[in-house]
Design a protein around this ligand. Structure first.
Ligand SMILES: Nc1ncnc2c1ncn2[C@@H]1O[C@H](COP(=O)(O)OP(=O)(O)OP(=O)(O)O)[C@@H](O)[C@H]1O
Length: 251
């Protein structure tokens, strides 16, 4: 194990038991993610990407193999890991401020106020504290969800298709904002996406998963300087190579 390993997954497999039998969702997954690394995961629909994130988050502990965070086996959800889903999942009857406050687990009222204010500022939403989710655009609501996931200062942020429901322009803006947060907070990021260009733009590494049962087919190191230029030839060549790998099974 390299000294910098943050998340270590060893020979992970996961089966779901249903009425019609057992579905093997993941098999033989081994992966190491370094501290402050940004890993993107792509793969066909149903190959187990969300399942993998749920396991790393600790929301699902029914699996075979081992998952350790900073050398310790995970035993359930913890404040050290935040998660952002494709839908913002904000509570509509609470304000922006209250939605973020709702996630806070420890600390005094003053500490809470400072944390909430800082995190709303971090995602560019200072001034919208009293707004309700219904009064926000999709991008703004997703930024509240990101603030909520970060407010407990997690060392790891898990992003499950975080920009999937947004329009193209908002998506580009939010990608940049998440990269800025990653740089500033030094969070370890693990992001699932269907968008190969996004995976290359954001990630230090792109993991391509096979169709179900999900395995790791191939890893691509994205050794391009940041901020990245999407029209750069090397960027496009990597995107095409990942695209080919992604579609090999499907053709
Ligand atoms: N709670 C569950 N019970 C039974 N089967 C499940 C459950 N959750 C997921 N599965 C099955 O496990 C497989 C992987 O699901 P998962 O949602 O992890 O895939 P995914 O790669 O994230 O898909 P998508 O890209 O479409 O979101 C699928 O075949 C799905 O039907």
């Amino acid at each position: 194990m390299s000294d910098n390993s943050h998340v270590v997954i060893t020979n992970l497999s996961k089966a779901y038991k249903g009425r019609s039998g057992t579905i093997l969702s993941l098999t033989g997954i081994s992966l190491k993610v370094d501290r402050h690394e940004y890993v993107s995961i792509v793969g066909a629909s149903g190959c187990g990407k969300s399942t993998l994130l749920r396991i790393i988050s600790g929301l699902d502990t029914d699996f075979k193999g081992a998952v350790t965070i900073a050398g310790k086996r995970i035993a359930g959800a913890g404040l050290g890991r935040g998660i952002v889903f494709q839908e913002h999942r904000l509570l509509p009857w609470l304000t922006v401020w209250e939605n973020v406050e709702f996630a806070l687990q420890k600390g005094t009222a003053e500490e809470h106020a400072e944390l909430i204010a800082n995190h709303l500022k971090l995602v560019g939403l200072a001034g919208f504290e009293k707004a309700y989710p219904g009064q926000l655009s999709g991008g703004m609501a997703q930024r509240v969800a990101i603030a909520r996931a970060l407010v407990n200062r997690p060392e790891i942020l898990l992003l499950d298709e975080p920009f999937g429901a947004l329009d193209a322009l908002t998506r580009l803006k939010l990608q940049q904002q998440v990269l800025d947060i990653w740089k500033k907070e030094k969070t370890t990021m693990i992001m699932v996406t269907h968008d190969i260009e996004e995976a290359v733009y954001m990630g230090d590494r792109v993991i391509v998963m096979s169709e179900r049962p999900g395995t790791i087919k191939k890893e691509f190191i994205i050794d391009l300087p940041r901020p990245r230029n999407r029209s750069n030839t090397e960027f496009q060549l990597l995107r095409q190579a990942i695209y080919r790998e992604f579609h090999k099974d499907c053709v």
